[in-house]
Design a protein around this ligand. Sequence first.
Ligand code: LLP
Length: 386
Amino acid sequence: MSKGIFPIDKFQKIPTPFYYYDTAVLRKTLDTIKEEAGKHANFIVHYAVKANANAKILKIICQSGLGADCVSGGEIRAAIQSGFSPVHIVYAGVGKSDWEIELGLDHDIYCFNVESIPELMVINEIAEQKGKIAKVAFRINPNVGAHTHANITTGLAENKFGIAMEDMEYVITEAKKLKNIKFIGLHFHIGSQILEMSDFIALCDRINQLQSQLEEHHIVVENINVGGGLGIDYDNPNENPIPDFKSYFDTYAKHLELRAGQQVHFELGRAVVGQCGSLITKTLYIKQGTYKQFAIVDAGMTDLIRPALYQASHKIENLSSEDKVETYDIVGPICESSDVFAKAIKLNACHRGDLIALRSAGAYGEIMANQYNCRTLPQGYLTEDL
Ligand code: LLP
């Protein structure tokens, strides 16, 4: 079984559990994004801050030249503090509070991705009070499915996100009447952890159809924001550390029918940071149950909630043992039956004190950690911190 390469000696000095970010992997990922997106003159990539807002990670991503996609006032602040220029910040979310809209306007962010008419009205009102013009894109629910977990699909008519396609023209026409609103584009996002390019092609087809419809009414769109969603290889992080950005960007270049001068914006989260991060935990006990053998580790669903919440699978490696493999359920210490990282997996024989890595945890890991059971939040360390 191939394993990742980790500075294990250095790990021994750090209290577990913690997140470890391999910055060589992160930088290579960012270089690949730059190279592949750069082949298409009008492609602009934003990083979806929700995936990981660790300040040091944000700084590296900002330095590589990506913009930021935020979904809360807190994320706008985190992005600005890490160096992202407000002119490269887009802000989405179905429930923007007044203070968050004010914050966005005060910083003159690039664009509000608006998800309903009532929200549009409030943005217009607050912008008027401030004497500002809010740039907006409408998030359209394209009713396009995605081959991914039901909890992370967002582009179906039954989901709470976006404005229904049939209301699109009405909403744009209304927006054009508002004095403190400037309509600058359309926004879409069909879901996350998508590996089948056919799903993105379906989105392109839908966007092409909507654009033609708008043109019939002489409505011109400056920007198309296609959201994020590109998945990573959770099963083989060592063999596939860099997601297939070439296929991803080429798919959009080939299938999206752009009008003159149009820009395409992307909001990638998981694909940017997923593979560079691992949750490092220590084995506390090996317990023989009636039917099973448990490896009880000191990380729990409070540190990495994805397996409990989405039945997500993260590759698990015993970094301290090369002993013959045995079968284990890997479980945490939280008082919940769903606090299970994996069932019946094969792992080099575990002993008390062994370091275990849960791989591909850079996205939606540290940022979703919580303090249930009065636990402390896990720290995040980059290669150069150790
Ligand atoms: N843009 C919008 C509007 C989004 O809602 C999302 C993710 C993204 C971009 C970034 O998507 P990505 O490129 O990361 O797939 N916590 C879940 C994932 C939730 C994704 C929410 N929206 C997980 O751990 O799988």
